[in-house]
Ligand binder design. Structure first.
Ligand SMILES: [Zn+2]
Length: 226
């Protein structure tokens, strides 16, 4: 019997492909954390649908109240608009949620200790991404040192199988693995149809186009993909 591995599954494309990898190689335990983001209901729906399709039975969906209370991000503060894609590539965007991934990883490490899991999968991507500082390899290397120093046995490791992949490669890998990309949700601003113009929609549409594949999601407007 393969050992448990915890996978952080937001419901987006990258985390879905990451979960498909984790489920292929381990008894996956999926963790979803809502944090008061605009599309939290839609993402939670995607989380359960993806788990069902990947046959991940061990799952936990919890809520982090801290990030919304602190705000400071377009995803958690209604007064900060979600920008359109023209802002991509100009520093750290306002959709960055301050130190969010540390909250998520900390919860995943706690759960991994209890489950006896030694790996935590996270679908962080450095290239082709929005430029968030908590998606850099150095951050995960440092986090692993924190885990080593701060857990009972010190044997849990965060793995980032997608971190150096291009987004189009992630689409191709997802298709190869049979990852349920049709059940994912990436849009930052809408829950009915994807907006097609936020950073996340733009990166996703470009990835499918570069992979020569059709994005199965419904879009309200198609951004100009360059
Ligand atoms: Zn969008």
């Amino acid at each position: 019997m393969p050992k448990h591995a915890v996978v952080l599954l937001s419901g987006g494309m990258d985390s879905c492909v990451c979960a498909a990898l984790a489920a292929r190689d381990h008894e996956a335990a999926a963790l979803h954390i809502s944090y008061g983001q605009r599309t939290e209901a839609r993402e939670l729906q995607s989380f359960h649908a993806i788990c069902d399709r990947l046959r991940i039975r061990t799952r936990m969906a919890v809520r982090n109240e801290v990030l919304k209370a602190i705000g400071g991000s377009a995803l958690t503060d209604e007064n900060i608009a979600v920008p359109e894609s023209r802002t991509l590539g100009h520093g750290i965007p306002v959709t960055y949620v301050p130190f969010r991934n540390a909250h998520f990883l900390s919860a995943a490490v706690s759960w991994a200790e209890v489950l006896g899991a030694t790996k935590i999968y996270i679908g962080a991507v450095e290239q082709d991404s929005s430029g968030y500082p908590d998606c850099r390899p150095a951050y995960y290397e440092a986090f692993n040192r924190v885990i080593g120093a701060g857990t009972r046995e010190g044997k849990i490791e965060v793995v980032t199988p997608l971190i150096s992949m291009r987004k189009a490669e992630i689409v191709r890998l997802g298709l190869e693995l049979g990852a349920p990309l049709d059940l994912t949700w990436s849009c930052y601003s809408r829950e009915d149809r994807a907006c097609g113009v936020c950073d996340s929609c733009t990166l996703r549409l470009r990835a499918f186009q570069d992979a020569g594949a059709i994005d199965p999601l419904p879009y309200a407007a198609l951004t100009e993909v360059v």
